[in-house]
Ligand binder design. Structure first.
Ligand SMILES: C[S@@+](CC[C@H](N)C(=O)[O-])C[C@H]1O[C@@H](n2cnc3c(N)ncnc32)[C@H](O)[C@@H]1O
Length: 451
C-alpha cells in the first residue's frame, strides 16, 4: 500500500505537523495562518510545542527561496515536493534556530523520511543534511546582482523586489522585505467604552498576561506574554485583537458621537467597532460587506464589546449608491480589498501567490468602491480610504483616480494620530511600512467633500 505523504493526524511530532501544513499550503493553496490555527485548536497543542510549530511553519515558508539557494549545490536530480519541504524545514532549523542540536535535526528528518517514504529516501535526506553540516551553506555574497541578492536573501519573488525598488529604492525595499520575515507583535486595542488603558493593563496583569502601552497609538497594547484570545479581558470585551496599523483609519476618520457613518467593506468588523468606540456608542454605523456570512462576525464582535449602534447589511459596495440614500452619511470608511503586500509577515504565502496582473483588477474594484462612497457622502462629509498594502498602484494611483474624476473631493491633512505617524504623511497620504513601527504595512488617505 502507498504511504500517504500529506495526510495529517497529530502524533505529537511538531516537525511532522509543520511539514503537513507546508505541503498543504503549497499544494492546495491553503492559507498558512488559518491552517496553523486550525491545527493548534483542533489538537489542543500545548504552549511550548505551539510556539515551535509556529516558528517552523512560518520560518520555513518565509525563507523558502533562501533555503532553496542553500540546498541547491547539494541536490542532484529531481526530488518529490514533500522531500524538498522536509529538507527546507531541516535547513531552516540548521541555519536559523541555534538552540536545536544539529544531530537531532538530522535524526528527526531521517525518521520522518522513513515514515513518509522509504529507507532510500531516508538515506538521501541523511546524506544531504550531513553534507550541508560538513561543508556549510553557500555564501549569499556570491550573488552580485542587487535585485537577485535581495530576492534570495529575503526570499521574495524577483518581480516584487524589482517593483518595490522602482517605487521606493533599494534600501527601503531591503528594509521592508527583511521586516516581512520578522514575527509580528501581539497587539490589542483597548475598548474605551469599557475600560481605560491603565484598567485594561491591570485586568490583563490579573490574568498573568503582561501588557505595555504602545508609544505610537495610545489605545494599543503590546502583549508580552499569554494569548489575547484566551483571556477573560478579551471574552468580556475589554480588548480587541488588532494590528496597530489597522487602528489608524478609524482614528483618521474621527467620526463624532451622533454621526451617521458607513463602513463599506466592514467584515470582520475590526474597524467598525473601533469607529463605534470613537463615537462613544452614539449615532449609527451601517457596516456592509459583499460576503453575507462574514457579517455575523461583526455582530458577534459588537455583542462582545457592548456596542449597540451598528447595523449590518450584505451589499456589494460597487452598487451601494443604487441601494442606499445618496449623500446621507457624515463619514465613510472604505477599507478596501487589496493585495495584502503589507501583511506578508502574517501571511507569507501572499508573496508567492500574488501576481502582478491582480493589481489592475484590484485598482478597478477600489476605484468603483470609492465612486460609490463619494455618491453616498454628505456635502462637507469625510471619507477615509485605507488598504493593508504598500503598492502605489492600489494606493496613490487609486487616490489620484478619485481626485481626477471627483472635483468635489479634496485630500485633507490627517490629524488626531500621533506626530510620529503624521510626519510620514506625503501629499496628504500616509504610507506606513512594516519596518517603521513593527506594525503592518498600511495606507490611509482622508478626503473631504465640498459643501
Ligand atoms: C480589508 S478587508 C476589511 C477588514 C475590515 N474593515 C476590518 O477592519 O475588520 C476587505 C473586506 O472587503 C470585502 N469586500 C470585497 N469586495 C467587496 C465589495 N465589492 N463590496 C463590499 N465589500 C467587499 C471583503 O469581504 C473583506 O471583508
Amino acid at each position: 500500500m502507498r504511504k500517504k505523504k500529506n495526510s495529517f493526524i497529530w502524533n505529537g511530532n511538531v516537525r511532522d505537523a509543520a511539514l503537513s501544513i507546508l505541503l498543504s499550503v503549497d499544494q492546495n493553496q491553503a492559507y498558512s495562518n488559518l491552517l496553523l490555527n486550525q491545527t493548534i485548536n483542533k489538537y489542543q497543542i500545548e504552549a511550548k510545542k505551539r510556539a515551535l510549530l509556529t516558528e517552523l511553519t512560518y520560518g520555513t515558508l518565509q525563507y523558502k527561496y533562501t533555503l532553496d539557494y542553500y540546498l541547491e549545490p547539494f541536490i542532484r536530480g529531481k526530488i518529490d515536493p514533500w522531500v524538498r519541504w522536509l529538507l527546507r524545514l531541516s535547513v531552516y532549523q540548521i541555519v536559523y534556530l541555534s538552540k536545536i542540536p544539529e544531530h537531532a535535526i538530522v535524526n528527526e528528518a531521517v525518521e520522518i523520511a522513513k515514515r513518509r517514504g522509504h529507507k532510500g529516501i531516508a538515506s538521501m535526506v541523511n546524506g544531504i543534511l550531513r553534507s550541508i553540516l560538513r561543508m556549510g551553506i553557500p555564501s549569499l555574497d556570491k550573488i552580485k546582482d542587487p535585485i537577485d541578492r535581495i530576492a534570495i536573501e529575503t526570499s521574495h519573488p524577483r518581480w516584487i523586489v524589482e517593483m518595490f525598488a522602482e517605487m521606493y529604492g533599494l534600501e527601503t525595499t531591503m528594509d521592508m522585505l527583511k521586516a516581512n520575515n520578522l514575527p509580528p507583535k501581539q497587539t490589542v486595542r483597548v475598548n474605551t467604552l469599557k475600560a481605560t488603558v491603565e484598567e485594561a493593563i491591570q485586568l490583563l496583569a490579573d490574568e498573568d498576561v503582561q501588557a505595555v502601552q504602545s508609544k505610537v497609538i495610545p489605545q494599543c497594547l503590546y502583549l508580552l506574554s499569554g494569548q489575547a484570545a484566551r483571556t477573560e479581558a478579551f471574552k468580556n470585551g475589554i480588548i480587541t485583537i488588532q494590528d496597530e496599523s489597522s487602528m489608524m483609519p478609524s482614528i483618521a476618520l474621527n467620526p463624532k458621537p451622533g454621526d451617521r457613518v458607513l463602513d463599506l467593506c466592514a467584515a470582520p468588523g475590526g474597524k467598525t467597532t473601533h469607529l463605534a468606540e470613537i463615537m462613544k456608542n452614539e449615532g449609527s454605523i451601517l457596516a456592509t460587506d459583499i460576503h453575507p456570512h462574514k457579517l455575523d462576525l461583526i455582530g458577534e464582535n459588537c455583542a462582545r464589546l457592548g456596542i449597540t449602534i451598528v447595523d449590518t447589511a450584505p451589499i456589494d459596495g460597487r452598487k451601494a449608491a443604487e441601494l442606499l440614500q445618496p449623500e446621507s452619511f457624515d463619514a465613510i470608511l472604505v477599507d478596501a480589498p487589496c493585495s495584502g503586500l503589507g501583511v506578508i509577515r502574517r501571511k507569507p504565502d501572499i508573496k508567492y501567490t500574488k501576481r502582478e496582473e491582480d493589481f489592475d483588477r484590484l485598482h478597478e474594484i477600489q476605484t468603483e468602491l470609492l465612486n460609490n462612497a463619494v455618491a453616498l457622502l454628505k456635502p462637507g462629509g469625510r471619507l477615509v480610504y485605507s488598504t493593508c498594502t504598500v503598492n502605489k498602484k492600489e494606493n496613490e494611483e487609486t487616490v489620484e483616480a478619485l481626485l481626477a474624476s471627483h472635483p468635489e473631493m479634496k485630500l485633507a491633512p490627517i490629524q488626531h494620530l500621533p506626530v510620529s505617524l503624521l510626519e510620514k504623511q506625503r501629499n496628504g497620504m500616509l504610507q506606513v511600512f512594516p519596518q517603521d513601527f513593527g506594525s503592518d504595512g498600511f495606507f490611509v488617505a482622508l478626503f473631504e467633500k465640498a459643501e
